[in-house]
Design a protein around this ligand. Structure first.
Ligand SMILES: [Zn+2]
Length: 273
């Protein structure tokens, strides 16, 4: 699944192609992805200048004038590309937006878990009401040690599940929380409420570090993720514990693997307490 750094990379690449342009036609080649695509047929969406392309959690928001916007979620294996209109459509490119410069934005979504929603923003540059329930962005100043410490009190679940809860902090997926916990020396199985202030401080800074680094080098490629220009992320080569079925790179103890809240967890039983 494309995670926050991947979506950030895609959003930055899209900005260059879309900003100040207009959509002149929208083709849908299927009735629905996760939600019906019928709202995309509204002619109000056409010929409005694109004023912003931005990311919130793992959602891409394309805002046009008059507060019209698309919210795109890539689901498990969706991808976006910008190609000339004459380029042959791929089998799973279910939504094609035509731009005023002869290019097209295409949403390839083979498993149909992704979606495109149409919304009207409360005001220019505002967050869509659909995304109101989300916690802070992990790279924002709002997500700091004090916030995490407060959020972990009275929480008996594991620290790993807490970090992956979008109401606490958005977009820190399995790969990134696994790596950040390793760097922090904290076991994924630890009760969230048992973390000290110092550990919250360390964990917050490692989460920011791992995400910022991954964005810098263009995201992680585990399965289907590709950036808009088709280049693949390099971060996967730097993973220390995620997907590691051998030994800890620090102490050489065999890495443990455990299912936690339906996701694979990797950790070093010696370095992570
Ligand atoms: Zn170790």
């Amino acid at each position: 699944m494309p995670e926050l750094p991947e979506v950030e990379t895609i959003t930055r690449a899209l900005t260059a192609h879309l900003l100040a342009h207009k959509f002149t036609r929208i083709d849908t080649h299927i009735e629905a992805l996760r939600y019906s695509l019928k709202p995309l047929k509204n002619s109000e969406l056409l010929n409005k200048k694109i004023v912003s392309v931005r990311r919130r959690a793992r959602y891409i928001i394309i805002e046009m004038t008059k507060c019209h916007a698309f919210i795109i979620h890539l689901g498990m294996s969706g991808s976006l590309r910008v190609v000339p209109a004459k380029t042959k459509r791929l089998k799973h490119e279910h939504v094609v937006w035509h731009l005023d410069d002869g290019m097209t934005l295409r949403f390839d979504c083979p498993r149909r878990f992704g979606f495109v929603k149409v919304c009207t923003l409360p005001k220019v540059g505002a967050e869509p009401v659909e995304l109101n329930q989300l916690g802070p962005e992990p790279l924002s100043a709002e997500f700091d040690a004090v916030y995490l410490y407060k959020s972990t009190r009275r929480r008996t679940g594991s620290i790993k599940s807490l970090i992956m809860n979008n109401a606490i902090v958005v977009g820190v997926g399995n790969i990134y929380v696994t790596e950040a916990l390793f760097e922090s020396g904290i076991s994924p199985l630890r009760k969230a409420m048992s973390l000290t202030k110092k550990q919250c401080d360390k964990l917050v800074s490692e989460i920011k570090k791992v995400l910022a680094h991954s964005i810098e080098i263009g995201g992680t490629t585990i399965a289907n993720y590709k950036s808009v220009d088709g280049s693949e992320g390099k971060f996967v080569q730097l993973l220390q514990v995620y997907g590691n079925d051998k030994n800890c790179p620090v102490c050489d103890t065999p890495i443990k693997q455990k299912r936690l809240a339906g996701r694979n967890s990797y950790y070093c039983p010696r370095c992570q307490k």
